[in-house]
Design a protein. Structure first.
Length: 136
C-alpha cells in the first residue's frame, strides 16, 4: 500500500519559507498507474501533478504557482510534451491559478469518484524548443 510517507514513483517538490515547509505537491511520471479504493485504475499518459497543498499562512504569496512551475520544469526535463492535473469545483482558487498558468480543461480526463463529485482534468502542452533554440 502506498502512503504519503512513501510517494514513489512520484517526486515531491516542496516550498520552504524561513526553514519551514509551506507547500508541496506530488509529480507522478507518465506511465504511472494508480488504483482507487473501488479497484478502478488509471494510467497517466503524461506527468501528473497531484495533491498541491499550501499552508494557510503562506497562501496568496505565489507558493502554489511556484510549486506547479517546478512540476512543469521537471516534466519538460523528462521530455514530456504535456503535463496534467485534476481538481474539483470547490478548489476555485486553485482552478483560477491553473488556468492563468496556461492549463486548459481536458474533459476527456474527467472522472467521478462518486455520483455527486466531478474531478476535472486539465492539461498544459509543453512546447519544445525549435531549431536554432539557444539556451545560453
Amino acid at each position: 500500500m502506498r502512503t504519503l510517507s512513501d510517494v514513489r514513483p512520484a517526486e515531491q517538490p516542496v516550498a520552504e519559507l524561513n526553514g519551514a515547509v509551506v507547500g508541496t505537491a506530488l509529480l507522478y511520471p507518465a506511465g504511472t498507474r494508480l488504483t482507487g479504493p473501488d479497484g478502478a485504475g488509471v494510467t497517466f499518459e503524461w506527468p501528473e501533478a497531484r495533491l498541491l497543498a499550501v499552508a494557510p499562512a503562506a497562501r496568496g504569496r505565489g507558493v502554489g504557482a511556484a510549486i506547479i512551475q517546478e512540476c512543469i520544469r521537471r516534466a519538460r526535463a523528462a521530455g514530456a510534451d504535456a503535463i496534467t492535473l485534476h481538481t474539483t469545483d470547490f478548489m476555485r482558487v486553485a482552478m483560477g491559478m491553473y488556468e492563468r498558468m496556461g492549463f486548459v480543461r481536458a474533459p476527456e480526463l474527467d472522472f467521478r469518484p462518486g455520483p455527486d463529485v466531478l474531478v476535472k482534468g486539465y492539461r498544459m502542452a509543453l512546447a519544445r524548443p525549435g531549431p536554432g533554440f539557444f539556451a545560453g
